[in-house]
Design a protein around this ligand. Structure first.
Ligand SMILES: CC(C)(COP(=O)(O)OP(=O)(O)OC[C@H]1O[C@@H](n2cnc3c(N)ncnc32)[C@H](O)[C@@H]1OP(=O)(O)O)[C@@H](O)C(=O)NCCC(=O)NCCS
Length: 179
């Protein structure tokens, strides 16, 4: 799981990526709200750019964790998407993306969505996964996201059928600490 290459590591801020979009009629559903699939696409793009900058190569989306759509985003609203790498594993990186919305005057600001994406760095020639640089958390929130990332990783690998629950040591340790 852990990155074992000799790269000294990179700061979270080195790959942080921000993207802004205005919601156009073509982006909306029949209710005049941003269609969820369009938002997921932009979240995928901004977090994929972030992951690619960290890995310094092209990456592919391996998974996206749970996303809720609780606050509608209307035609004419402006959204800002902010992505940052939370942790690098062996060939994959976890990216946290947050979405904020306002109207064009900057009024009615709200945090509308967030999600964790996982990207895998691939060799350009043969398309196989390759090791990625470690991430260096600096701030308190970066450290918190870094520390919790192995548990999220185990949960998504269990749900994907790639990890047996009995082998999820990080998740088990969390529950043992609580119970
Ligand atoms: C992602 C992909 C490269 C993994 O290939 P693989 O043969 O399973 O490779 P590995 O078993 O070596 O796993 C590589 C990494 O992917 C991670 N991974 C694989 N499936 C995952 C999933 N569902 N969720 C999170 N991470 C996953 C593994 O944990 C591993 O990470 P690590 O090296 O940091 O520990 C492959 O499944 C793929 O190409 N998927 C399609 C990607 C794509 O086209 N995305 C665009 C959307 S269609």
């Amino acid at each position: 799981m852990q990155n074992s290459n000799s790269h000294p590591g990179k700061r979270v801020t080195a790959s942080g990526t921000t993207m802004t979009e205005m919601i156009m009629p073509n982006d909306a559903n029949p209710m005049g709200n941003l269609m969820g699939g369009n938002l997921l696409r932009w979240m995928d793009i901004v977090s994929g750019i972030c992951a690619g900058k960290h890995c310094e190569r092209h990456v592919v989306t391996a998974s996206v964790d749970q996303v809720s759509f609780t606050k509608p985003i209307k035609i004419g609203d402006v959204i800002t998407l902010e992505a940052s790498v939370t942790r690098a594993f062996r060939t994959s990186v976890e990216v946290f993306v947050e979405v904020y919305a306002t109207d064009i005057k900057g009024h009615n600001p709200r945090r509308s969505n967030s999600a964790y994406y996982t990207f895998v760095a691939l060799d350009q020639e043969n398309g196989t996964p390759v090791p990625v640089p470690p991430i260096i958390p600096v701030t308190e929130i970066e450290q918190q996201r870094y520390d919790a990332a192995p548990r999220r990783r185990e949960m998504r690998l269990i749900l994907a059928g790639r990890l047996k629950p009995e082998n999820a040591t990080e998740v088990r340790a969390l529950f043992e600490a609580i119970l």
